[in-house]
Ligand binder design. Sequence first.
Ligand code: DLL
Length: 458
Amino acid sequence: MTSGALPGSGPAGTPDAEDRIEHASRDEIEALQLDRLRGTLNHAYTRVPHYRSVFDAAGVHPSMVRELADLARIPFTSKEDLRSNYPFGMLAVPRREVVRLHASSGTSGRPTVVGYNRADISNWSAVMARSLRAGGVRPGHTVHIACAYGLFTGGLGAHYGAEQLGCTVVPASGGMTERQVQLIEDFRPDAVVVTPSYLLVLADAMKARGTDPAASSLRYGLLGAEPWTESMRTEIESTFGMDATDLYGLSEVMGPGVACECVEAKDGLVLWEDHFLPEIVDPVDGTPLPDGQFGELVLTTLTRQAMPVVRYRTRDLTRLLPGTSRSMRRIEKIAGRSDDMITVRGVNTFPSQFEEQILRVRGLAPHYQCEVNRTDRLDEVVLRVEAVDGAAGAGEPAGELRRRVKESIGISVEVEILPPGSLGRSSGKAARVVDRRPAVAASGGASALVAGRPTAER
Ligand code: DLL
């Protein structure tokens, strides 16, 4: 493993200023990455039988990686690899050194388990603190964390970062919406970490009590764990009178804090490249793509000790962009997961593209769901959207939305406008796609839909 020295990473206890590495030169960042990458590959190869056998089978060895581009020779790691090594097969340290376990919800098959040693928790807290600071949060602020605590990484990940930054943390967790609203009213937090869809639920609950969300104390929202659009940002910022920034992460690689938007730029998420090495690959054949091209994000951890992850196929679709407010590269807002892609009559599309259009139509609320059916081998989409003021039926807004979707995405959809509150609410990630196509159901998931890059590149 790498020396454990983290040059440029802010030491715990001095969180007020940005870490020096956030503004280091590209040469400096890449030299650090190469050093850490080689350490990670050696660590994985020598300590994890899975990596040794996969590398050996591919005829590669960590010593072959002499520059960053050589990483392309190393095999990918998939969610299936983590599942088949359930529960502890991917650990690279003795189990007694693991101080924390998280796991993804195993809706289909075994869950994926991730382990952290003390150094991992410390690094995670540091990048999460960095993310909160980038999003506008400062030491002394009160941070309301409405992400679930538990096996999901959202609650505890954000919690440790906020504590490290020097904030007062309100560990509200997800759910019990009425109580959350009361806590926000009473404790007057400056910031909230939450999924964008649950923040809308909180807004509705405030309005139902006769409180204007814009009158709440919340001034910064770090929102993530699910895709959301620029239109949703506008909606949330105007509803709450807050700055809303995008927070990205995934449990397999660490949890929240892999990348985060800077409040001053809001132009894509800075990927904390001193801890994670990003690549973009073709989602179908895995070929590395140059920066700027749209494809699947692949991540290699650079400092994880208990469970290093090499070339993890995230299934998240985005592109890599050059740095702006920080020298590290950015990722564009995640368009969606390749598993959530809907291919309608040859056009690949994502729920987020519908969201963008829904929020442009007057009278429609940001609560929606897309149902995909297949009749006579043709995919059909029913877009169910709640009305703002209870004006149900397929009136004017339905026609306008249909037209907008046709013009911007190029597909015909059926639109149903529902009364407010008709669609289920989640206290975590919203389920935007209901896929009723027989082939998808039979293959056990939407992965059968991974059919290439979205037709409408955005
Ligand atoms: O969702 C970690 C997290 C918690 C991130 C809180 C941000 C805030 P998982 O449950 O493992 O971890 O889910 C990871 O969620 O691969 C993406 O598909 C999606 N996702 C996470 N953040 C974003 C985001 C947490 N900002 C999966 N935009 C990832 C779009 C996101 N999708």
